[in-house]
Design a protein. Structure first.
Length: 274
């Protein structure tokens, strides 16, 4: 399947992709071993939820995500791909596209309205999912809602919703707060968002609850594509386990070390690739 791509950007992406290959080294954080992808896959293949974090503009990170999905699908697993780049209100868009009810140009426009990372970084993943008929699900929270929370804090969340999300403030979780504060400082997020950390905690809680809903299907393996900070064990995985007892694996890129601004241990991820 082909997608419309801006020619200049296509040339840059082609040059980057032509040099990129699936990372060969994976560090296991429990035993501190360096192993290959096949060893990692054998360890994660039976997990119900596999978080594969990303630097959004890293070609290598998306190659790892695609390889995990491919291997699971080819091994006979019933795979659902949960993605941060689509909100949970865009389920109809993904469903219509999967059924061929909307064209590729409209799909890319819908993607661009949701996510500000150039589509070209994800084109191989989406092409594979479409071609194999693999179910896709948007799990992200509404952008306007999260921006409002970043300006106004948790007080905007009613007691009923806070209970449903099992939501506490960042100050109740120092490890999460430290990670998100570092993330805020190292990215382009504005200082005009005084409750940035609480807003991201809301986002992570909503994504976790959406993953719970996907697990209601029988025997599905859920691969979660999302930014590394959200994929770390302090974030969505921890919040997921507040709702349901389920087996998980977390894989993060080497770039997460820099993002975290601290040593990365088994409490943050199961595996790091580089």
């Amino acid at each position: 399947m082909r997608f419309p791509i801006n020619l200049c950007f296509f040339v840059l992406c082609f040059l980057a992709a032509s040099c990129a290959e699936l990372p060969k080294k994976y560090l296991t954080l429990d035993s501190r071993e360096i192993v290959g992808f096949e060893t990692i896959f054998q360890r994660i293949k039976d997990k119900r939820v596999i978080f594969v974090g990303e630097g959004h503009i890293s070609v290598e990170d998306h190659l790892v995500q695609l390889e995990v999905i491919k291997q699971l699908h080819e091994s006979g697993k019933k795979v659902v791909v949960a993605m941060e780049m689509f909100g949970d209100r865009k389920h109809h868009t993904l469903l219509k596209w999967a059924k061929g009810e909307i064209g590729e140009a409209e799909f890319v426009r819908e993607y661009a309205a949701e996510w500000n990372v150039p589509f070209d970084y994800y084109v191989d993943v989406f092409s594979y999912l479409y071609g194999k008929g693999i179910r896709m699900a948007g799990i992200n929270a509404d952008k306007g809602f999260i921006n409002h929370a970043a300006k106004n804090g948790l007080d905007m969340i009613g007691k009923e919703m806070r209970s449903k999300l099992k939501l506490n403030s960042c100050s109740d979780d120092p490890q999460y707060e430290k990670l998100l504060n570092v993330f805020n400082e190292r990215t382009m997020h504005s200082g005009e968002l005084p409750y940035f950390c609480d807003a991201q905690r809301i986002r992570d809680s909503i994504m976790a609850l959406n993953i719970v809903n996907l697990l209601k299907s029988d025997d599905v393996s859920v691969v979660v594509m999302l930014g590394s900070a959200h994929a770390s064990k302090y974030a969505v995985p921890k919040m997921l386990l507040q709702h349901i007892n389920v087996s998980t694996a977390v894989l993060l890129p080497e770039s997460f070390r820099l993002l975290a601004g601290q040593d990365v241990g088994f409490d943050m991820t199961d595996y790091i690739w580089y």
